[in-house]
Design a protein around this ligand. Structure first.
Ligand SMILES: Cc1cc2nc3c(=O)[nH]c(=O)nc-3n(C[C@H](O)[C@H](O)[C@H](O)COP(=O)(O)OP(=O)(O)OC[C@H]3O[C@@H](n4cnc5c(N)ncnc54)[C@H](O)[C@@H]3O)c2cc1C
Length: 261
């Protein structure tokens, strides 16, 4: 099984700064970390590899230093990492990022399964898994709570309003996982040594057969025109009682005193 895990380096939450010129996150020089849910995507890939065999390649697209985040995944047991990095990719929105990552997966060739996190803590759109699946013509399962491969089928559970549903997809497939999908393993000493020594290939636009017009702001369909903090909302109040009827009476009394009814 040829497995890819997409992992993203994100700014450490407390240190996010915005560039006043273009309203984008300042990523260069900012302390960063591996997107937390991506560790669960790596764990899902390791579980599948242990069950059916195969190799795991991590791919990250980001600045020249973004590859460092992949060392955590190598320490856990991933086989290799590829850094997709090119200054002409700066400013890429999800459209351009999805295209670039899909090209990188295509270049690896014969990929059966692509794991991702369900969202990133910075962009937080959750658009990359469907964007990549659509570009590669792969099946897609999002928000997986558990995963298993049986033959040519990926089986997963997903939470919905009524409980857990079981879904299946034909391979090749893209699968995004949640942070409750599994408990990521700790790296052992051997893994940590491998991670320290790991050298990552760097792929630029030319390596992916992409032109500068297909990446960065030129290849993006969106533009950030304004950024603002959300308006603070008044805190809600919890109305309780010995039973539902008492709580409802309290609610009616409050609404009446506010002249809402
Ligand atoms: C106008 C605009 C300009 C932007 N400029 C930049 C920029 O200059 N630099 C920049 O880094 N971002 C930039 N972004 C944000 C960038 O588009 C998104 O971070 C990126 O497309 C991924 O989207 P997301 O973070 O919402 O990922 P989500 O879809 O929320 O992430 C889901 C999963 O996809 C995978 N994934 C997401 N991004 C990557 C990645 N880069 N590499 C590998 N795996 C990934 C991870 O597994 C992640 O858990 C910009 C966005 C906009 C709208």
């Amino acid at each position: 099984m040829n497995i890819v895990v997409l992992v993203k380096q994100v700014p450490a939450i407390s240190d996010i700064k915005i560039d006043a010129k273009d309203n984008n996150l300042v990523r260069v020089g900012a302390p960063s970390m591996l997107n937390p849910v991506d560790i669960h995507a790596i764990e899902a890939a390791l579980t599948v590899k242990e069950a059916v065999g195969g190799t795991i390649t991590l791919i990250t697209m980001g600045t020249a230093l973004a590859g460092e985040g992949m060392r955590d995944g190598i320490a856990m047991g991933a086989n290799a990492g590829i850094l997709v990095s090119d200054e002409r990719m700066a400013g890429s929105d999800t459209l351009a990022t999805g295209k670039i990552l899909a090209k990188a997966i295509e270049k690896i060739g014969n990929v059966d399964l692509v794991f991702t996190g369900k969202h990133s803590t910075d962009g937080d759109t959750g658009q990359i898994p469907p964007a990549v699946a659509q570009r590669l013509g792969m099946s897609l399962i999002t928000y997986a709570e558990s995963v298993a491969v049986e033959g040519n089928v990926l089986k997963a559970t997903r939470k919905n309003n009524d409980g857990l549903e079981t879904v299946e997809a034909q391979l090749p497939a893209v699968c995004s996982v949640t942070e409750t999908a599994n408990t990521p393993r700790s790296a052992n000493i051997r893994g940590k040594m491998m991670a320290k020594k790991a050298v990552f290939e760097v792929w630029r636009l030319e390596d992916l057969g992409l032109s500068p017009e297909e990446a960065g702001t030129a290849g993006s369909a969106t533009e950030v025109t304004e950024l603002f903090a959300p308006e603070p909302h008044a805190a809600g109040i919890m109305i309780s009682g010995d039973d539902e009827a008492q709580a409802i009476h309290k609610l009616i009394a409050i609404l009446a005193s506010e002249k809402a009814i």
